[in-house]
Design a protein around this ligand. Structure first.
Ligand code: G3H
Ligand code: 13P
Ligand code: NA
Ligand code: ZN
Length: 328
């Protein structure tokens, strides 16, 4: 059944767990996520990027999500706009049945250029007012996703923007976060603590100085009723990098966010954890493996079925690790 992000994350806060928000672009990702959720009795957040809407089309995505809901009527389900870039994107998502929207005003409408605090507050408050009128939840973002290793800030597509930023420019400032939430009324806040989108997050196993976990605790202390969101939370599993590279792939060595760090974040107040890259990587690694090991194969289901099995396993692991399992 469809619920809002506020409803789901209030329950997560009350019981001390977090919910992975998996990106969905097609039927196969949807079946994999919901199969895992059903297997471990977990509520789900299906999040849809602007790129996903352009790829599959709003009507197709709406009906895929509806079908998944019909198949699993007992699982609480949030349908969420990932990184909305303007008011129209957020409102059209709600028209298509989304129960939650992210207005990412940390970047300008081009989703590339860092925006001013004034722009971010103004547009996020506007979306929050409108979305709340029709019963949808709102996530905002403050700060700049990007690497504390390199000082490179990040646009929504995972590409860096010009120049490098200092540590305090990259991280969300707790005092500013409090002002931002009071001024906008958002239900959830995406914070920048040193993670970035995509596969290339860290050049070595991240340690305490690369992820600013303390910022989460400081924001949570000021804003106990605002649900903290971690973007860029794929772990980029080494075993899936190996499958990918063993079958003709050419990924550079890279590290993601260790599951232990995500669990530490949950203890400090994180309630929504965004994951896209891990399912992309595992699915693509399986495509490569089938193509390389069964070169005569041309039934697309052999490729997509293997990808779904791999994606389901990752989703189950996260539902278990984050305490989402058993909470449906
Ligand atoms: O935030 C980025 C998500 O991974 C979505 O990526 O815009 O390529 O669909 P996308
Ligand atoms: P990853 O690229 O780490 O999976 O992050 C996804 C994300 O934050 C979507 O908003
Ligand atoms: Na940002
Ligand atoms: Zn994100």
């Amino acid at each position: 059944a469809r619920i809002t992000l506020r409803q789901l994350l209030d329950d997560a806060a009350e019981h001390g767990y977090a919910v992975p928000a998996f990106n969905i672009n097609n039927m196969e990702q949807g079946l994999a996520i919901m199969g895992a959720a059903a297997a471990c009795d977990a509520p789900v957040i299906l999040q849809v990027s602007r790129g996903a809407r352009a790829y599959a089309g709003d009507i197709m995505l709406e009906k895929i999500v509806e079908a998944l809901e019909l198949m699993h009527p007992d699982l609480p389900m949030v349908v969420h706009q990932d990184h909305g870039n303007n008011v129209a994107t957020c409102l059209s998502a709600i028209r298509h049945g989304f129960t939650s929207v992210m207005m990412d005003g940390s970047l300008q409408e081009d989703a590339r250029t860092p925006a001013s605090y004034a722009y971010n507050v103004g547009i996020t408050a506007q979306v929050a007012e409108l979305a709340h009128m029709v019963g949808a939840s709102v996530e905002g973002e403050l700060g700049c996703l990007g690497s504390l290793e390199t000082g490179a800030g990040e646009a929504e597509d995972g590409h860096g923007f010009e120049g490098t930023l200092t540590r305090d420019k990259l991280l969300t400032d707790p005092e500013e976060a409090e002002r931002f939430v009071r001024a906008t009324g958002v239900d959830a806040l995406a914070v920048a603590i040193g993670t970035s989108h995509g596969a290339y997050k860290f050049t070595r196993q991240p340690t305490g100085d690369i992820l600013a976990m303390d910022v989460i605790a400081r924001i949570h202390a000021r804003l106990p009723d605002t649900h903290i969101v971690m973007h860029g939370s794929s772990t980029v599993p080494q075993e899936w990098q190996d499958v990918f590279n063993a079958h003709g792939g050419a990924m550079r060595p890279t590290w993601g966010v260790p599951v232990d760090e995500l669990v530490r974040g949950i203890k400090m107040g994180v309630r929504k954890i965004n994951i896209d890259t891990d399912l992309r990587l595992a699915g693509a690694a399986e495509f490569r493996r089938i193509a390389a090991t069964a070169p005569a194969e041309f039934d697309p289901r052999k490729f997509t079925a293997a990808a779904m099995t791999a994606m389901t396993a990752i989703c189950r692991d996260r539902f278990e690790a984050f305490g989402t399992a058993g909470r449906a």
